[in-house]
Design a protein around this ligand. Structure first.
Ligand SMILES: Nc1ncnc2c1ncn2[C@@H]1O[C@H](COP(=O)(O)OP(=O)(O)OP(=O)(O)O)[C@@H](O)[C@H]1O
Ligand SMILES: [Mg+2]
Length: 625
């Protein structure tokens, strides 16, 4: 064996770079976050060939003082914290002091920077961790430009793992979009191979940024959320269930201006949407969390993409409730349009403007104080009490130095679908029910109801399921549920983990009507089952329930989960589908459906009601054009 020795600085940096800089998108993330920490109000991100050959990031932030430049590229060199205690009140995105050293270790970096107080700016080059020249004086505007060329030129193994330039550009685009969403108060411009891809105005309006990135369909189906407690504020938007997606990529959320990934938050969002959305569909969200820094730990991974929430148990149910309450009582009826609207490809719209390396106009004025309050989590004591109300407010339109055109002048710029205003004369109100007319049933499944200038189509099957589900939930909660004995008992053979779950939730099972007893070895005897489920007292169903508990029980509380499963299974069993109801029976069913908090979706997330307006019909028949 070789003698033990300490590795040289360059090798250490290369090893560290492996964790911090995984691909071009990581460089973009780190440099853009540095620009945000430097209080920039405008950031331009330019890439060539997926960022592999060139990444140029220009900001109009504080700049780096000449004497600090070489230090900035040293590992563990940072201006953002001094001691580990500062991590408890971290307000900046960076704090590890290893991004610049890692980037410089695996690429060729050129830095051009000028602080406000300096007369001249500086130029500095460093490649593979070795400085290329002394610092040169140059005449440049205030702010900083980083140019990163030939990423991984000296680590061919890493370079081999990169995907095609197009794929890498896609990753960068994702990062830029998330940064733009998390900082609507910063004008962000993204240029890929000379094409302008994104251009946010920096007017502080989150909805404008959502429109820029996701287009009209999503923007016109948003619901605003607000939550405020002493330690946590939540704002932003959630999508109506009709704009659901096939994966979680549209669940955007930011904690203290940092976009992160958190299983707990994903789960809580999805839980909030449960019963409003089909299974395996995921919502759109753009949620901004402001959490007391002491309650989070950002120091989990070098990429700073994860964080730990100290009070996850308290935050989880709050998010679920917030989302649920935001969706509840809203008109979520899917409207049938005469023609499917062609939604213009919203993503990556080109903006015809020539690229600028440096922002020509610089911020002269101070940043909007409102935004500073939001960004700077180290609030002075005397502000702490008033913080919750202040953070709730949307930032006022700050004066921006950047001349990019505002994206939307007014809310009305995107066409509001009619369904948003429909419930001014609510179909769901008691009064309205006296003015509805059931026209009849088609295909033995759908009821047609006329109300005002609209025709509503109700799926009898889904409506029935929904009504039964709510009834069963009510009776389970009121503990009216009766159980029925199984003779002989059903024997379940459970794994150790499953057995533990049955024991853990013994009380909850009993309350719901299941009496389960240990039977020796890994066997468990089920003596009674909920009355409604007698005919369905099958092993697989109970096993399915235990599996769900294994996944979600801990964070959601087993009792509610078991009740929901029972209710959902019993209503499924009770409804047979194509059975004819008399008009009177249908009337009762519709009446009951419309009194529910969320009448729009069956327990499995399918819609119960859709609507079509007289206008749409007339358009179809070309009575109007
Ligand atoms: N665009 C910029 N404008 C002004 N100062 C900058 C800029 N980029 C970097 N710096 C300075 O260089 C220092 C080192 O940056 P680096 O990204 O390596 O570390 P960090 O941001 O402090 O922590 P982390 O490694 O977590 O990102 C920063 O602390 C900051 O003082
Ligand atoms: Mg940094």
């Amino acid at each position: 064996m070789e003698q033990i020795h300490v590795l040289d600085e360059n090798t250490i940096n290369q090893i560290a770079a492996g964790e911090v800089i995984e691909r071009p998108a990581s460089v973009v993330k780190e440099l853009t976050e540095n620009a945000i920490d430097a209080m920039a109000t405008a950031i331009t991100i330019e890439i060539k060939e997926g960022g592999i050959s060139l990444i140029r990031i220009t900001d109009n932030g504080a700049g780096i003082p000449k004497e600090d430049i070489p230090t900035a590229f040293l590992r563990h060199a940072t201006s953002k914290i001094k001691t580990a205690e500062d991590l408890l009140s971290i307000g900046s995105l960076g704090f590890r002091g290893e991004a610049l050293s890692s980037i410089a270790a695996v690429s060729m970096v050129e830095l051009i920077t000028k602080t406000k107080s300096a007369i001249m700016g500086c130029r500095y080059e460093i490649a593979g961790g070795t400085p290329k020249n002394d610092i040169e004086d140059v005449g440049v505007p205030d702010g900083t430009t980083f140019i990163v060329r030939n990423l991984f030129f000296n680590t061919p193994a890493r370079k081999k793992f990169l995907k095609s330039a197009m794929t890498e550009a896609g990753y960068i685009s994702d990062i830029v979009e998330r940064i733009a969403l998390s900082h609507p108060e910063i004008a962000i411009r993204f240029i890929n191979n000379g094409r302008h891809i994104l251009n946010t105005s920096g007017n502080g309006n989150l909805k404008d940024v959502i429109y820029q990135i996701f287009g009209r369909e999503i923007t016109s189906n948003l619901l605003e959320v607000h939550f405020s407690a002493p330690d946590i504020q939540i704002g932003g938007f959630i999508g109506k269930p009709l704009i659901s997606r096939g994966n979680r990529n549209f669940e955007n959320y930011f904690i203290n201006g940092r976009f992160i990934k958190s299983m707990i938050i994903n789960k809580s969002i999805e839980e909030g949407y449960k019963n409003f959305m089909m299974q395996h569909k995921y919502p759109f969200t753009a949620l901004r969390f402001q959490i007391e820094p002491e309650l989070i730990d950002v120091n989990v991974h070098p990429s700073k993409m994860e964080l730990r929430l100290r009070n996850a148990d308290e935050i989880y149910p709050e998010i679920v409730k917030l989302i649920h309450e935001t969706l509840e009582g809203k008109n979520l009826i899917v409207e049938v349009k005469a023609e499917e609207e062609k939604v213009p490809a919203p993503l990556k719209r080109e903006v015809t403007k020539t690229p600028e390396i440096f922002e020509t106009k610089r911020r002269e004025e101070k940043k909007d104080p409102q935004i500073q309050k939001i960004q700077n989590t180290k609030l002075p004591e005397n502000l702490k009490n008033t913080k919750s109300q202040e953070i709730q407010k949307e930032p006022q339109k700050p004066e921006r130095p950047v001349s990019s055109p505002p994206v939307l002048k007014e809310e009305n710029d995107y066409r509001k679908p009619e369904q948003m205003t429909l419930f001014d004369d609510s179909f769901l109100s008691k009064d309205a029910r006296t003015r509805t007319r059931i026209v009849g049933q088609v295909f033995e499944t759908y009821w047609i109801v006329e109300y005002g200038e609209k025709m509503f189509i109700i799926d009898q099957h889904a409506a029935h399921e929904k009504v039964l589900f709510e009834r069963t939930m009510k009776s389970l909660k009121a503990k009216e549920n009766i159980s029925q004995e199984l003779n002989p008992p059903m024997i379940l053979n459970l794994s150790l983990r499953e057995g533990e779950l049955v024991k853990k939730y013994h009380m909850e099972f009993a309350r719901a009507g299941y009496e389960i007893e240990e039977f020796g070895g890994n066997d468990y005897a089920v003596h009674t089952v909920p009355y409604d489920l007698y005919k369905l007292a099958r092993e697989d169903m109970l096993m399915e329930m235990i599996d769900t508990l294994a996944d979600d029980g801990n964070i959601r509380g087993g009792s509610e989960l078991i009740m929901e499963r029972i209710a959902s299974m019993s209503c499924k069993a009770a409804v047979k589908g194509n059975n004819r109801l008399s008009i009177r029976e249908a009337n009762t069913l519709i009446d009951e459906l419309l009194t529910l908090d969320n009448p729009y979706h069956c327990p499995h997330g399918r819609p119960t009601i859709i609507s079509m307006s007289k206008y749409e019909l007339e358009k179809k028949f070309k009575r109007i054009v």
